[in-house]
Ligand binder design. Structure first.
Ligand code: TYM
Length: 336
């Protein structure tokens, strides 16, 4: 709780362009919570997390700025939500160091994201990649988050955050709120359009596997047209038909309809028509966001202002927790 409100905290890595998976699994859910007066929401642009994989500095700056504009373009109001860059709030790496000392090697080596990323980047298995979940735990715990709205792929990281927080609290008393996952109405796991048993990911080498948020309508329609389905020729919502299931999930996540409602609409449709309908629905959903993004791109002063105000606000709350932690651990406060 902060100021008598429940706290939401979440974020995204600031590399490349975010996908429809990021949007439906996370961002759209955050926007849905915009007007809830009983919530205090913090959303980070997680640039510190991004450098666990080697980045081009100019590209990283561009993607991070774009991500802030995408958050706002999607409908997150920076007056109502605290939207900040992780690297602007030094309490994140500070708490992360402290929590590293309360986390075990065995726990970190079981993380699937570490296993996946170290297999993908075998030439750069750095310790940042290994301790990545501890920084994520710091992100969440600094704001005393009650809920963390994320897609299913982040559940393991949330579990370890809870474990670390409980371990710390057991030693020092109730310092951290124990956060819970919040899975919104939209798509908890959107799959690749080319390999529908794999999650849609921005780092997929096949450009047809993912819809990127700034893809134009032609590109979106083309990618859906190429989406991998099956040879059955009928529409059903089943794990045995991952390609069709994914298209229905995308449609449901955008429209808010149930599986039954969607199936009724698609009754008797061929796969070609289904892909067209889903493609149109996605393109229509993203069009206003893309227009707003274009406007924001031309307003540097506004974006700079958002950055400044929100970094100060995030630092205020984060430092409150950090001071408490430092005191509990036994560090001497700098005399005033
Ligand atoms: P990241 O940047 O990989 O993803 C951001 C959010 O998008 C969700 N997501 C998906 N949801 C549904 N289907 C998909 N295909 C899909 N792909 C991604 C993710 O679940 C996530 O909610 N470690 C985090 C970033 C992070 C964070 C945090 C999140 C850093 N600190 C603190 C919450 C709280 C990550 O890499 O997410």
């Amino acid at each position: 709780m902060l100021d008598d409100k429940k706290v939401m905290m979440s974020g995204m890595q600031s590399t490349g362009m975010i996908t429809l998976g990021n949007y439906l699994g996370a961002l759209k859910n955050w926007v849905d919570l915009n007007d809830d007066e009983n919530l205090k929401c913090f959303y980070g642009i997680m640039d510190l997390h991004s450098i666990t994989v080697r980045q081009d500095p100019a590209e990283l700056r561009k993607s991070a700025r774009n991500l802030l504009m995408l958050y706002i373009a999607a409908g997150l109001d920076p007056e109502k939500n605290c939207i900040f860059f992780q690297s602007h709030v030094s309490a994140h790496p500070e708490l992360s160091w402290i929590l590293n000392c309360f986390t075990y090697m065995g726990e970190m080596s079981r993380m699937t994201q570490f296993k996946d990323k170290s297999a993908k980047h075998a030439d750069n298995i750095n310790t940042g990649l290994f301790t990545y979940p501890v920084l994520m735990a710091a992100d969440i715990l600094l704001y005393q988050a009650d809920y963390v709205p994320v897609g299913k792929d982040q559940m393991q990281h949330l579990e370890i955050t809870r474990d670390i927080a409980n371990r710390f609290n057991n030693i020092y008393g109730d310092v951290f709120t124990i956060p819970e996952a919040y899975v919104g109405k939209a798509g908890a796991k959107i799959m690749s359009l080319q390999e529908p048993t794999k999650k849609m990911s921005k780092s997929d080498e096949n450009p047809n596997a993912s819809i990127f948020l700034l893809d134009d309508k032609d590109t979106i329609m083309r990618k859906f047209k190429k989406a991998v389905t099956d040879s059955d020729g009928f529409i059903a919502y089943s794990d045995d038909k991952p390609g069709i299931k994914n298209l229905i999930d995308i449609y449901r996540a955008v429209t808010g309809k149930t599986v039954d409602e969607a199936l009724k609409e698609f009754d008797g449709m061929g796969y070609g028509k289904l892909k067209e309908v889903v493609g149109e629905t996605v393109a229509n959903e993203l069009a206003p966001l893309q227009a707003r993004f274009k406007e924001l791109s031309a307003d540097k002063a506004y974006i700079d202002g958002v950055m400044k105000n929100n970094a100060a606000q995030a630092s205020y709350y984060a430092n409150k927790t950090l001071r408490k932690v430092k005191k509990k651990v036994g560090f001497i406060e700098l005399p005033r």
